[in-house]
Design a protein around this ligand. Structure first.
Ligand SMILES: NC(=O)c1ccc[n+]([C@@H]2O[C@H](COP(=O)([O-])OP(=O)(O)OC[C@H]3O[C@@H](n4cnc5c(N)ncnc54)[C@H](OP(=O)(O)O)[C@@H]3O)[C@@H](O)[C@H]2O)c1
Length: 335
């Protein structure tokens, strides 16, 4: 696997998003299935694993800890705080809460270290900026955790370039993680150039557009009841029907290069900048193998320009998030 710099860490160019093992789209994997996937990832040269307190309300961190802690020295571990499950009514039902207060961040980190079975998290992101807490306070809490040796570096997720600059004034930021793919171009407005200017790595989440750019998701009416794509405007029956029309030329492009649509999506990201690291998520070892093989895809400037035109924020139908989720992010937006 070709290597890229993630903050101070050298990692495989393709990382693994570990949300999918127990959250978001399909039912959670069993521990046995997750073991096959995560150990398979290590075998394929994946050395960047991304999880969060939010995913499965701790279940993803727990699985990653149970399965990978034996191999801890072989990979870079990224996790996130600031958005997690909270038992608000005291009835044992956890609900998702954004909370960037210093004491919450520190408690979440303590819990994460136990779940992950490690002494230190290499890259610890603030999952969302809690707009009720100054970013300086949340980053200040993360910098305390660096001083205490509990985390090595700090990351931010779904932030604007202004918030990134404010955070960097408190403590160096190793990486920003935000949605980026052919159909989600928000980072191109300003964030990517600010990351470059400040020497911040850019981790692209949902790099195969939550399945859309793999060409394998043809019928959104089959999505499970709890699948989060059901709440995303681009995946509504009406919009998806239009979006899928964009795929025919895109698939032809892939075929003519002898690679798969998923590999085109990942290759496009890798060719967009040396500091960009995609973290596709999957439950399938076969898909993981296909995704990892994209590490060496190279496109000419002309091919990149062609792809830029084929699928972009202007010809896609529907917003990436619903109103609620849009109000929770801080990223620059085209709309
Ligand atoms: N910071 C944030 O706020 C945030 C938000 C979302 C995600 N993330 C991170 O980013 C990671 C990836 O994002 P994501 O899972 O939302 O989107 P994604 O990686 O773009 O897409 C995942 C979906 O695509 C399918 N897929 C992946 N590779 C495939 C292939 N080669 N062929 C066919 N289908 C394929 C997966 O299904 P199969 O399981 O069937 O392969 C899954 O349904 C997450 O795991 C998480 O770590 C972060």
């Amino acid at each position: 696997m070709q290597q890229r710099q993630l903050g101070p860490f050298k990692v495989g160019a393709i990382g693994l998003g570990c949300m999918n093992i127990c959250h978001a789209y399909a039912n959670a994997l069993s521990e046995h299935q997750a073991e096959r996937l995560l150990l398979g990832a290590l075998d394929l040269g994946v050395t960047h694993f991304d999880t969060a307190a939010l995913y499965g309300f701790g279940a993803s961190e727990r699985m990653v800890g149970n399965i990978l802690s034996k191999y801890r020295s072989q990979f870079t571990l990224a996790s996130k705080c600031g958005m997690q499950g909270v038992d608000k009514k005291g009835d044992g039902v956890l609900v998702r809460v954004i909370d960037g207060k210093a004491q919450t961040i520190k408690k979440t980190c303590e819990d994460a270290l136990k779940r992950l079975k490690t002494d230190v998290i290499d890259l610890y992101y603030l999952h969302r900026w809690d707009k009720e807490v100054p970013i300086e306070d949340s980053v200040g809490a993360l910098s305390d955790l660096v001083r205490e040796g509990k985390i090595q570096t700090i990351g931010l997720s779904e932030v604007s370039s202004l918030t990134l600059r404010k955070a960097c004034a408190v403590h160096p930021v190793a990486a920003v993680q935000t949605e980026y793919s052919l159909w989600t171009r928000n980072p191109e407005i300003e964030l990517l150039s600010v990351c470059k200017e400040l020497g911040v790595s850019f981790v692209a989440f949902s790099p195969v557009a939550r399945g859309f750019l793999t060409g394998a998701l043809n019928d959104v009416s089959n999505l499970g009841e709890k699948d989060i794509r059901r709440s995303m405007p681009r995946f509504s029956t009406e919009n998806y029907k239009k979006n899928i029309e964009l795929l025919s030329e895109y698939k032809n492009f892939a075929t003519s290069r002898g690679i798969t649509p998923a590999q085109v999506a990942l290759g496009w990201l890798l060719n967009k900048g040396e500091n960009i690291l995609p973290i596709p998520g999957t439950q399938s070892l076969e898909h993981l193998r296909e995704n990892c093989a994209a590490h060496s895809v190279q496109f000419t400037a002309q091919e990149m320009a062609e792809l830029d035109i084929l699928i972009n924020h202007q010809n896609v139908s529907g917003h990436r998030y619903n109103e609620q989720s849009r109000s929770e992010v801080d990223t620059e937006d085209f709309v």
